[in-house]
Design a binder for this molecule. Structure first.
Ligand code: PEP
Ligand code: MG
Length: 753
C-alpha cells in the first residue's frame, strides 16, 4: 500500500466496520481481516495491553484461532513486547533471526518471515500492538510503517473505549499507571493535601478518527493552526506571560513547535491519509512524544510537556470551545494540575474542594502563588512533565513543604498522609481557639500581632485570626492583578474597601513596591539585570512622581475622616524618605483645598530593608512615625544572598550573630528615640525566629494569616525574661547558625513551636 489514497481507502473501510452493530470483539476480528487484505499480508494480529503489563492476542487473521486470548507476552518480551516497551515501530524482513524473537508454537507463526508492528498509542501511552506478517521476506517501506501507524489510530479508539478491556483494568495496565511515582518541584506554598487530579485544561476526547472529507479536514486543520498561532502571539503580548521570568524560554519552545514545518507538515500528511484533523493532531503528537521521550538530550525531553500543551491548544481550537475544568463538575477533593495559570483563574475554583495546585512552571512570586498563599492552598511549582505524567483522576499527594508530588501513592502512604492532615486540622482548631486570647507571654509581656495582606481574600482573615490590624498591606499586589494601571478612583475604591473591612483596626499601606521580582504587566521598562538591587520600589516612585502622587492621593481620599498610615519601601537614605514625605505633604495640602474631609490622623513610616539605613537610625527616628523591618530584603542584602534563588535558600541563617546584632541595634535605637517598630518580614511568621525577635525586644510582629496561630501559641508559652537572659549570654558566638541553640532553649522550657 504505497499511496495516500489507498490509506484513505482502508481507513474508510475500517470506519464502516467501526460503525457496524456487534460486539467490540466482532469489530476487532473484522478489522484485522480488512487490514490483512489491504496491506497484502498473510497475517494481521492485534495485541491489547492487560493488567500486569501483559499483551494478549485479541484478534488475528492468519495465525491459529486457538491462540486468540491465550497467547500472552510481557512488555519487553518477544518482538511484540519490544514494540510495546519502546513504543516504537519495528519492520523486519527476517523477524526470526532477531534476538528478541520469542517463538510461540500455539500461533503457528514459524512460517512467516517478515514482520511489521506498531504500537497502539493514546496520549503517549501504549494500549496495544498491531502487527502484520508476511510469508516471504519482505522489506517494508517507511510509507507502509506510516500507514500502519495511521491505522493504529482507529484501534486506539477501540482500545480506549473500554469495550475490550475495562477502564479500571486499563488504568492498571498502562505501565507507569500502576506504580507510585514522585515528582520533584519547588515549594510555592507549604502544606499537605491528598486528592484526585483535575487537569485545569482538560484533554479532549476524539469522537471521530476517520474523515468524511479529507479536503475539508485539511482546511479545518489550517484554520485551527492559524488561530492558535495568533492566540499564542496575543498571549505573549498579554500580561500574565509577560511577567513570568521564564517567558523567553517558553516563547522559544512555542516557536519551535508551532512554527515547526515538520510538525505542521506531518499533521497535514496524516489528514491527507484519511484521518480527521483531531486524530491527525493526536497521532503526530503521540509519535513525537515517543521520539522525544527517547531522546538522550535532556533539553528535548523537557520539551515534551510543551508539545502536549501545544497539541492540546490546537485541539481546543479545532473544537472551537476553549474551556477550563472550572466549568465542569469536579470531585469533592481535587488537586489542580496546570502548566501555569493566572491568579483570577485560580479564584474560579471552589475553594473548599480545591486542595492543592501543581504547576509545571511558576515561581515563588508568581501571582498565582500569592493568591494560593492567601487562600492557604499548598502549591508545588516547576514539577517537570507533570502534565505528561499525571492523568485526570490519578490520586495525588502534594507536599508543599517538600515541593514534591506523589502520584498514585500506596495505601500505607495514603493512610499516613490522611493522619497527618487530620493532625494539622486538629492543630488549626487549637489555634483558632486562641483567637480571642491575648498575645501575652507567661511573664505578662504584650506582643501586638498584625497581618500581612494585599489581596481582598486576605481581609476576612482579620476577623478569623483576631489580628489587631494590618501591619503591611502590599499595595502592589492589586496592581499586579490588573491589566492596566488603576486610576486614582479605582485605587481609592480598593483602599476604601480595605479600611472598611478593618474598621477600627489600623492598616499600614505600603506604597508600590514593584521592580525586583514584582513586575507589572503594563510597565515593561523595569526589568533589570540585577533586579533586587535595581530600579525598584521607592526609587521608581521618586523617578515617576506622578505615579506616587496618584497613589497617595487615592490613599488620602480613601482615608477621609479616618486614620491613615503610609510607609515607603526600600528607603536607602534620609533624602529619599524626605522626598517621599514631601510628595505626601503636597497631596495633603491639595486635599485640604477640596471639600472632602482630610484623614483624621496621618502617620508616615518606612520599611527598613537596606543596610545603609543602619547608620542613619537617629536621623531617621527624628523624622519617621514608625519603622517596619523587612527582614526578607534586609537579610538578603546583609548576606548578599538572593532571596529567590532556591540554591541559596538554606545557605545562611536568620538566626545568626550578625542578623541578631543588627536587629538588636534597630530595636534599641527605636526605643531610645521613641519610634514605633514592627517586623513584617518572614522572620515574624516563623515561631522560632519570632521567639528570637521578642527576646531581642520587638513587641509588634506582622505576618501572613496562617502564621498567626503558631506564633501566638509560641508567645503564650514564653518567658521573655529568661529568653532575654539566654540571648545576652550567647554573646558573640561565631557560629554559622544559632538555630540549634534557640531550639534547645525552646524545648527545655516547653515553648510551643
Ligand atoms: C521584606 O522585605 O521583608 C518585606 C516584608 O517586603 P517584601 O517581602 O514585600 O519584599
Ligand atoms: Mg521587601
Amino acid at each position: 500500500m504505497e499511496t495516500v489514497s489507498s490509506s484513505r481507502l482502508v481507513l474508510r473501510r475500517l470506519r464502516d466496520v467501526m460503525a457496524r452493530q456487534g460486539s467490540a470483539q466482532d469489530r476487532l476480528n473484522q478489522i484485522v481481516r480488512v487490514i490483512a487484505a489491504d496491506m497484502v499480508a498473510e497475517v494481521c494480529s492485534c495485541y491489547i495491553m492487560r493488567a500486569g503489563e501483559v499483551l494478549e492476542l485479541f484478534a488475528t487473521e492468519g495465525l491459529r484461532p486457538e491462540a486468540v486470548h491465550s497467547t500472552r507476552l510481557r512488555v519487553g518480551e518477544g518482538l511484540v513486547g519490544v514494540i510495546a516497551a519502546t513504543a516504537m515501530p519495528l519492520a523486519l524482513a527476517d523477524a526470526q533471526s532477531h534476538p528478541d524473537f520469542a517463538y510461540r508454537p500455539e500461533t503457528g507463526e514459524e512460517i512467516y518471515h517478515s514482520l511489521m508492528g506498531v504500537p497502539i498509542l493514546r496520549s503517549g501511552r501504549v494500549l496495544g500492538v498491531l502487527v502484520v506478517q508476511n510469508r516471504t521476506p519482505r522489506d517494508y517501506t517507511e510509507d507502509e510503517v506510516e500507514a500502519l501507524q495511521t491505522i493504529a489510530m482507529v484501534l486506539a479508539e477501540l482500545a480506549a473505549s473500554g469495550e475490550l478491556v475495562s477502564p479500571v483494568e486499563r488504568e492498571q495496565s498502562t505501565g507507569i499507571g500502576q506504580m507510585p511515582m514522585r515528582l520533584d518541584g519547588i515549594r510555592l506554598n507549604g502544606g499537605l493535601a491528598i486528592g484526585q487530579a483535575v487537569l485545569h485544561e482538560p484533554r479532549l476526547v476524539i469522537r471521530q478518527v476517520v474523515a468524511e472529507d479529507a479536503n475539508a479536514e485539511l482546511e479545518r486543520l489550517h484554520r485551527a493552526v492559524a488561530e492558535m498561532q495568533d492566540a499564542i502571539d496575543k498571549l505573549f503580548a498579554d500580561s500574565d506571560m509577560a511577567v513570568g521570568g521564564d517567558h523567553r524560554d517558553i516563547l522559544e519552545t512555542y516557536r519551535m513547535f508551532a512554527e515547526d514545518r515538520g510538525w505542521l507538515h506531518r499533521m497535514g500528511e496524516a489528514v491527507k491519509s484519511g484521518l480527521t484533523a483531531e486524530a491527525a493532531v493526536a497521532k503526530v503528537s503521540s509519535d513525537m512524544h515517543v521520539r522525544l521521550n527517547q531522546a538522550t538530550e535532556p533539553y528535548l525531553r523537557e520539551r515534551l510537556a510543551d508539545l502536549e500543551d501545544l497539541a492540546n491548544r490546537l485541539q481546543k481550537h479545532l473544537a472551537g470551545n476553549p474551556f477550563t475544568a472550572a466549568a465542569s463538575s469536579l470531585p469533592d477533593e481535587f488537586i489542580l494540575i496546570a502548566r501555569n495559570m493566572g491568579p483570577a483563574e485560580l479564584l474560579d475554583y471552589d475553594r473548599r474542594r480545591l486542595k492543592a495546585v501543581v504547576l509545571e512552571e511558576g515561581s515563588p512570586n508568581a501571582h498565582v502563588a500569592l493568591v494560593a498563599r492567601a487562600l492557604d492552598i499548598p502549591v508545588v511549582g516547576r514539577a517537570k512533565n507533570a502534565l505528561a505524567r499525571i492523568e485526570a483522576g490519578d490520586l495525588l499527594v502534594v507536599s508543599g513543604d517538600e515541593g514534591a508530588v506523589l502520584l498514585r501513592p500506596s495505601e500505607d502512604v495514603q493512610l499516613a498522609v490522611g493522619n497527618r492532615i487530620a493532625a494539622r486540622v486538629g492543630q488549626r482548631q487549637q489555634y483558632a481557639a486562641l483567637r480571642d486570647l491575648p498575645a501575652e507571654t507567661k511573664d505578662g509581656v504584650q506582643v501586638e500581632m498584625l497581618l500581612n495582606a494585599g489581596l481582598f481574600v486576605d481581609l476576612p482573615t482579620l476577623d478569623e485570626t483576631g489580628a489587631s490590624g494590618i501591619g503591611l498591606f502590599r499595595t502592589e499586589l492589586q496592581f499586579m492583578l490588573r491589566h492596566k494601571f488603576p486610576t486614582v478612583m479605582q485605587q481609592a475604591a480598593i483602599y476604601r474597601r480595605v479600611l472598611d473591612q478593618a474598621g477600627d483596626r489600623p492598616v499600614t499601606f505600603r506604597t508600590l513596591d514593584v521592580g525586583g521580582d514584582k513586575l507589572l504587566p503594563y510597565m515593561d521598562d523595569i526589568a533589570d539585570e540585577n533586579p533586587a538591587m535595581g530600579w525598584r520600589a521607592i526609587r521608581i516612585s521618586l523617578d515617576r512622581p506622578a505615579m506616587l502622587r496618584q497613589q497617595l492621593r487615592a490613599l488620602i481620599r480613601a482615608a477621609s475622616g479616618r486614620h491613615l498610615k503610609v510607609m515607603f519601601p526600600m528607603i536607602a537614605d534620609i533624602a529619599e524618605f524626605d522626598a517621599a514625605r514631601a510628595v505626601l505633604d503636597l497631596e495633603l495640602e491639595r486635599q485640604a483645598q477640596t471639600t472632602v474631609d482630610p484623614p483624621a490622623k496621618v502617620e508616615v513610616g518606612l520599611m527598613l530593608e537596606v543596610p545603609a539605613l543602619l547608620w542613619q537610625l537617629p536621623a531617621l527616628a527624628e523624622r519617621a512615625d514608625f519603622i517596619s523591618v523587612g527582614t526578607n530584603d534586609l537579610v538578603q542584602f546583609l548576606y548578599a544572598c538572593d532571596r529567590n534563588n532556591p540554591r541559596l535558600a538554606d545557605r545562611y541563617d536568620t538566626l545568626s550573630t550578625p542578623v541578631l546584632r543588627v536587629l538588636r541595634q534597630i530595636v534599641e535605637s527605636c526605643s531610645k528615640h521613641g519610634v514605633a517598630v514592627t517586623v513584617c518580614g518572614e522572620m515574624a511568621a516563623q515561631p522560632l525566629d519570632a521567639m528570637a525577635l521578642v527576646g531581642l525586644g520587638f513587641r509588634a510582629l506582622s505576618m501572613a494569616p496562617a502564621s498567626m496561630g503558631p506564633v501566638k501559641a509560641m508567645i503564650r508559652s514564653l518567658d521573655v525574661a529568661a529568653l532575654a537572659e539566654f540571648i545576652g549570654a550567647l554573646g558573640e558566638v561565631p557560629a554559622h547558625s544559632l538555630r540549634g541553640k534557640f531550639h534547645d532553649f525552646a524545648r527545655d522550657r516547653g515553648i510551643e513551636l
